[in-house]
Design a protein. Structure first.
Length: 306
């Protein structure tokens, strides 16, 4: 039966290959390798936190050889994958040599920023340790906390996003998403000392801006109010701004590009916030309590309310 129908099936699929979504006959359209990018993430984590995720051993020459050898190997593969991603976006308008040169510059810029990524992750570890009395050590957080894993991958992917690399930031963020249930778009701007407690079901949209010393719990969504306009909203601020020292408890949703949660505020669990909150406020299902005089109360909606 299959053999009798095979010619017809092939003919129909060939017709579908005329779609611009299919790149079968385009020699200059390349996709980066997901498995290679995951390997790069794993190797970068070994450099940033040696002996946590590999079998490294102390040596008399110190860490210089290990760092240099590992970064050299990472750069070789990263350069290839960035070049492939650039060729994918550039198609017939970008030559192999142009893509190769751009990939070299991007890799150089990324590795120059790697020490700062590490320092930011040190701060994130400290935030988790200070904010979680169940944490027995900072080492435990690095080794086993899914929230820290998601943040680590985000901090790496964010640099590639800022360097305007196609596809690779998304592949990185979806790798972390699939392993943790935490979906942080690489475009989000997240400050130092960031902690996600219990770390599952969290969504942080592309244009979200988060200040320093922010703590969020499981199920929190920092999202857009409506996506019906689709691509017309690309490049516009669609997600909220969370200022310094804010805590957002489980299953709360803070939505909208014009929504600002003021510094020092607390958002209670299961609340639905679509308008700005003054600094030093406490948002609950019944409204907003402002701890500074002279600020008016705001209406805060709860899912299911009319």
């Amino acid at each position: 039966m299959f053999n009798e129908k095979l010619d017809d099936i092939v003919t129909e699929l060939v017709k579908n290959y005329d779609s611009d979504l299919i790149q079968f006959d385009s020699p200059n359209r390349h996709f980066p390798s997901r498995s290679a990018i995951v390997g790069i993430i794993k190797d970068l984590r070994r450099v940033l936190f040696p002996r946590y995720f590999g079998d490294e051993r102390p040596c008399a020459s110190g860490p210089q050889y290990f760092i240099g050898e590992t970064l050299t190997r990472i750069e070789y593969e990263l350069h290839r994958q960035v070049r492939e991603a650039l060729l994918f976006r550039g198609g017939d308008n970008l030559s192999y040599h142009e893509a190769d040169a751009q990939a070299s510059q991007i890799c150089s810029d990324f590795f120059y920023r790697l020490p700062e990524i590490q320092r930011m992750l040190f701060d994130d570890v400290q935030a988790a340790y200070d904010g979680d009395p169940a944490a027995q050590s900072r080492e435990e957080i690095i080794y086993s906390y899914p929230g820290f894993f998601a943040i680590s991958v985000y901090r790496i992917a964010h640099v590639f996003y800022e360097l305007n690399v196609p596809l690779i930031p998304r592949i990185m963020s979806e790798y972390a998403h699939s392993h943790t249930g935490v979906d942080i778009n690489a475009g989000a701007d997240i400050g130092r000392f960031f902690f996600i407690d219990h770390a599952t079901g969290v969504v942080i949209g592309e244009t979200t801006k988060i200040g320093e010393h922010v703590k969020i719990y499981q199920g929190v969504t920092l999202g857009a109010i409506s996506l019906r306009a689709g691509q017309k909203l690309a490049g516009k601020k669609r997600h909220p701004t969370i200022e310094d020292n804010v805590t957002i408890y489980s299953n709360a949703s803070v939505l909208g590009g014009n929504t600002v949660v003021g510094a020092g505020s607390v958002i209670a669990g299961s609340t639905f916030v679509t308008q700005s909150v003054p600094p030093n406020s406490r948002v609950t299902s019944s409204g907003v309590e402002v701890r500074e005089p002279g600020c008016a109360n705001l209406e805060v909606k709860v899912p299911g309310e009319k």
